[in-house]
Design a protein around this ligand. Sequence first.
Ligand code: A3P
Length: 322
Amino acid sequence: SHGVEDDLSNEAEELLLTLPREKNFDGTYLYQFNGVWYRHKFLYGMISTRRHFQARDSDIIVSTFPKSGTTWLKALTYAIVHRSRCAFEHSPLLTTNPHELVPFFEISYSLNKKDIPSFEHLYTPRIFGTHIPYSTLPDSIVNSNCRIVYICRNPLDQFISCWHFLLKLAHDKESETLSLEEYFEKVCNGVQHAGPFWEHVLGYWKASLDNSHKILFLKYEDLKEDTHSYVKKLAEFLGCPFSNVEEKERVIEEIVKLCSFENMKDLEVNKPGRNIPGHIPKNSDYFRKGEVGDWTNYLTPSMSKRLKNLMEEKFSGSGLAF
Ligand code: A3P
């Protein structure tokens, strides 16, 4: 039988043939669509998301450039928004990886090509994750009252985090890989999944300045330095501020602790060997060091200088700096 999804598969496959492509870190291809590079599966998922996803006003979208704190922000958002559903000692976050509780559009829409996902199992408000850049989001997300939380990270740390993540994935698949220097060159040219980095970040940054009720723009480093304040800010932005009673009962502290790197990394569900059906990475791959400034252990002075200069040039005049 040839349903709608078969047509989409064909359309996506035909589209692929027309798109510019470049080799990725592990020898697979990245495809460029609307100025942005995608891995094959995420490109398919992105096209399908744009075609089928209908946002509700109550929806919350956690949007990020990969390896910028997605897992953490998903966990915090879930913990804040669904805090009255059960006591913290029974939180689903203790037994389920955040990427299962807060699904990525691009993965959900690429898993089962016959069925459009219903997301019936998600509580309201529904929370989704995505790496789709602002300029390519489905119209219904941009035009509805749903809210977007975005987190970005110092590009030097993001690069090193990504490098380790890709190495782990390539190691599991036994694929050949680029050297750190070769991959660095690609990244400086914007050729990485969801790249260029600066365009992704600037797209959400500018949109957040234009519409601060709809988009909250956060930085990993700020969140790390003062998680408590940002959890409070996040709750206010999402329309569920903490009451005085909750503050007295130290609910914010509970959330910070629950979602902390140290707590999440050591949970049984996030130990090596576990993974979410349909996800290639293992749950443990999402937790490495969780620190600010790890790039100093890997980048040569000339590399860090080049990346800093590049960002300065790209972000100049935007009001955004790292
Ligand atoms: P490092 O590789 O620098 O350790 P993403 O979630 O977007 O894939 O990003 C992964 C990065 O966030 C990794 O960075 C990971 O260790 C870190 N991370 C994961 N969970 C975290 C948490 N709860 N708190 C802080 N950092 C976290």
